[in-house]
Design a protein around this ligand. Structure first.
Ligand code: LLP
Length: 421
């Protein structure tokens, strides 16, 4: 459930009509609902209320400071994968002891930044990284808690570009080698082994791959304890999918996911960490856009909108589907037309949807791309020198711009021409 519904003939974000936001902020613009974010976070917390846990919001899915502040104030931890994300989490007021640091390529500088600023745990992804982390931590006179990310070789049954738990993927340590790697970790200065970490992919719509992976984690945890390690935390990653199509079977709910966790690792007495991103913020955001032209092609009509692949990359990059809906509610019996919805960028890949079924549309009309709150704004660029798309947060009947659209002057000012040119 989300808070983007038609009221009085117009699509609203909570109690704010989207046309009001377009009037005041312009388009394209991302619009998030605070109530939806809160609701989705709370569902994960309830799903794990049978045990000690920390829901670490995956900052990569939406890293706007206001979104992170809202999450942090609700008690969320943060899962970060770069020094920049770490600094964002801190700037949003999240204490270091609620931040976990994941990622396959942490640099020494990023490690030192997080150790100095305070960190709950590093999720270590390889032996070389583990050795470097030991040296950096020891050099700073610190001992840092670590979990080792294992690769369980499980097929997550999701898009190949976002599956991470197969042996062919770059992530984690092969689970068969894990006991040896933990044995080495126990000998290294500056590291304190506290847990096991796993993340098998994103947009999973089936619980069975989670179950398979978590059973392997449970088995490994028992073996590690036999080897003498003190394992008190399990980080089970993110990945629970969301419905991208309103008319489709919905993926399992957080509550059902929590039950799988309980069934597989619930008897180990570990604190559970999870790292959901998309499931919390995906359906808490829309990308609002305006029709520039309706263009009649030879055999189809194009709806040319002012959002483009630089603003929402997912369709071009993954062939992803986002429902596109008119902001003015169509009459119940309104005839629909077929449009290819495209942006202004000079590539045919800048196509959001072919054959979208929409009512009669005209230049100036507003449309909303649904389910755009996760991996939308964070993946935006200035390709074609289009200003970075702004963001707005709605709560009840009011809204705030939480990232302003840069001016062209600001964009140009970032470049410099060498004096020898
Ligand atoms: N934890 C780790 C270690 C991750 O790599 C990810 C996502 C998450 C948590 C959060 O997963 P989520 O709950 O959001 O599924 N740009 C792609 C998605 C990339 C996901 C990368 N890792 C997309 O637009 O579909």
């Amino acid at each position: 459930m989300d808070h983007f519904q038609y009221q009085h003939g117009e699509l609203h974000a909570e109690d704010v009509p989207l046309s009001r936001i377009a009037d005041q902020v312009g388009s394209p613009v991302y619009v998030y609902s605070a109530a939806t974010l809160t609701r989705h976070f709370t569902l994960f917390r309830q799903a794990l209320d049978w045990t000690d846990h920390l829901v670490c919001f995956a900052v990569k899915s939406n890293s706007n400071l206001a979104v992170l502040k809202l999450m942090g104030d609700l008690g969320a931890g943060m899962d970060v994968v770069s020094g920049g994300e770490y600094l964002r989490a801190k700037a949003a007021g999240v204490p270091g002891d609620r931040i976990v640091f994941s990622g396959v390529g942490k640099t020494e500088a990023e490690m030192a930044l997080a150790i100095r600023g305070g960190i709950r745990q590093f999720n270590v992804e390889s032996e070389p990284e583990m050795r470097v982390l030991s040296r950096v931590a020891h050099g700073l006179g610190a001992t840092v808690p670590i979990a080792i990310r294992v690769n369980p070789d499980v097929d997550a049954k999701t898009h190949e570009k976002i599956a991470t738990g197969k042996s062919e993927n770059k992530f984690g340590i092969p689970i068969a080698r894990a006991r040896d790697v933990y044995a080495e970790a126990a000998t290294l200065p500056g590291l304190q082994v506290v847990g096991v970490d796993v993340h098998i992919g994103s947009q999973l719509t089936d619980l069975e791959p989670f179950r398979a992976a978590y059973l392997k984690v449970a088995e490994l945890t028992r073996a590690l304890r036999e080897d003498g390690h003190v394992i008190t935390r399990l980080d089970l990653g993110g990945g629970l999918g969301i419905p991208y199509r309103r008319d489709n079977n919905a993926p399992p709910l957080p509550l059902e996911y929590g039950q799988v966790i309980r069934d597989t690792v619930g008897d180990l007495g570990c604190e559970i960490e999870i790292e959901p991103g998309r499931n919390i913020v995906g359906n808490a955001g829309v990308l609002l856009s305006q029709v520039i032209y309706v263009k009649n092609g030879e055999d189809r009509d194009f709806l040319i909108v002012d959002a483009a692949m630089n603003d929402l990359l997912r369709p071009a990059m993954y062939g992803a589907h986002h429902d596109i809906v008119p902001v003015v509610e169509p009459a119940v019996a309104a005839a629909v037309q077929s449009f290819d919805v495209v942006g202004p960028v000079c590539e045919s890949g800048d196509t959001f949807q072919k054959g979208a079924q929409l009512p009669d549309m005209a230049a100036g009309d507003l449309v909303a791309f649904r389910s755009a709150g996760a991996y939308g704004a964070v993946m935006a660029s200035e390709y074609n020198s289009r200003p970075l798309v702004p963001e707005v947060l709605v709560s009840g009947d009011h809204f705030a711009v939480i990232r302003a659209r840069p001016t062209f002057e600001e964009m140009l000012a970032r470049d410099s021409i060498p004096e020898w040119l």
